[in-house]
Design a binder for this molecule. Structure first.
Ligand SMILES: O=C(CO)[C@@H](O)[C@H](O)[C@H](O)[C@H](O)COP(=O)(O)O
Ligand SMILES: [Zn+2]
Length: 195
């Protein structure tokens, strides 16, 4: 039997629409809570620290850059950093301390009370994301996470937890970048930089 690309194409979009609808219905309140936490942190001199693995590492970098450089319009920089980009910190951390510690160590070095630690994990079970959030909590950072698949180990750990109601990794990631870009847009509006 040959691959039915038309059926595949339609089914992927149908699933994407269903997950987007369910996400919109489920996450309005936690989104607003995370927005308030981010705006309060940045206004008080804090920063947003993002981290995750694979596609979520790409999301962390992408979202940090929306804030530090530009999202919709030119405006003052907003403090954010991805913990996925310093190859020396990642390789030495992985080599000397273990892969589970690559983000936690950077939180320990760079995190300050009142900063936001925003982990991105579709499963909510990646040990390096979980350990970084534990480290953040211990140091008085505000913990937050984007997840899916029920949230894994993150309920009770991330104060602001946005769990996409899906078990499909790709669909969860699509909602993470949507929510993340919405968050960047809302932060710049709340800070009075964009009308
Ligand atoms: O992008 C994808 C799959 O769509 C992969 O690179 C994926 O991000 C990696 O397998 C990650 O290691 C998964 O980690 P997590 O989302 O469960 O924390
Ligand atoms: Zn992916």
């Amino acid at each position: 039997m040959s691959f039915d690309v038309t059926a595949f194409y339609k089914a992927e979009f149908a699933e994407q629409r269903a997950v987007a609808q369910a996400t919109e219905a489920a996450l309005q309140k936690p989104f607003a809570g995370l927005l308030t936490a981010c705006v309060t942190s940045v206004r008080n001199g804090g920063k947003i620290m993002l981290f995750g693995n694979g596609g979520s590492a790409a999301d962390a970098q992408h979202l940090a850059t929306e804030l530090t450089v530009r999202y919709k319009k030119d405006r003052p920089a907003i403090a954010a950093i991805a913990l996925t980009t310093d190859s020396s910190a990642l390789t030495a951390g992985g080599n000397d301390l273990g892969f589970d510690h690559i983000f936690a160590r950077q939180i320990e070095a760079l995190g300050r009370p009142g900063d936001i630690a925003l982990g991105i994990s579709t499963s909510g079970k990646s040990p390096n994301v979980v350990l970084a959030l534990k480290q953040a909590k211990k140091m008085g950072l505000i913990t937050a996470a984007f997840s899916g698949k029920g949230g894994g180990d993150l309920p009770g750990l991330a104060e602001h937890l946005l769990v996409v109601p899906s078990d499909t990794t790709a669909r969860i990631q699509e909602m993470h970048i949507t929510l993340g870009q919405m968050l960047c847009g809302a932060i710049e509006i709340e800070l009075g930089y964009v009308k």
